[in-house]
Design a protein around this ligand. Structure first.
Ligand SMILES: [Zn+2]
Length: 150
């Protein structure tokens, strides 16, 4: 990744050697939201409207996953034309929220199973005239569980 790499979408995650998603914590009740919440607390019994940015856990467990056979909506930006299906994982974080993301380059649904651990990584998504644009992805932390060569 070059020095010109910047997030494809601003304010959703940090970069660097230990990237993390950026969510918000409600100042009234502590409810964690991702993407960042700026208007209403997700807690229906809370009237809080002040939020603090928090970095979410970098690891979570696979809650569900799929091969995306159609092009997802923004902020997923296709980096291939025509569209090529890729694996998507819904990952439950210790904060109790589920975050959807693509699976890291080189991994597919065969590397995933419900309950297995994944780690947040930031990888290049596409390149434009301003440089490399990056996005978060979920990388399996164990790969021996699919029975391939183990
Ligand atoms: Zn709240």
């Amino acid at each position: 990744m070059s020095d010109t790499a910047t997030p494809a979408i601003e304010g959703w995650f940090t970069t660097g050697p230990a990237p993390a998603l950026i969510g918000t914590s409600c100042q009234s009740c502590g409810t964690i939201s991702f993407p960042r919440e700026t208007t209403f607390c997700k807690n229906p019994s809370c009237t809080g409207d002040e939020f603090t940015d928090v970095e979410l856990s970098r690891t979570g467990t696979v809650w569900s996953y799929t091969d995306a056979q159609y092009q997802p909506p923004a902020p997923y930006i296709p980096n291939t034309d025509p569209y090529v299906p890729f694996a998507l994982a819904a990952v439950e974080l210790p904060e109790g929220i589920v975050v959807l993301g693509q699976v890291a380059d080189g991994y597919g649904v065969a590397d995933l199973k419900v309950g297995s651990e994944v780690e947040l990584v930031v990888e290049p998504l596409y390149t434009d005239e301003t440089g490399v644009k990056t996005i978060w992805r979920w990388k399996p932390t164990t790969t021996e569980s699919n029975g391939a060569g183990a």
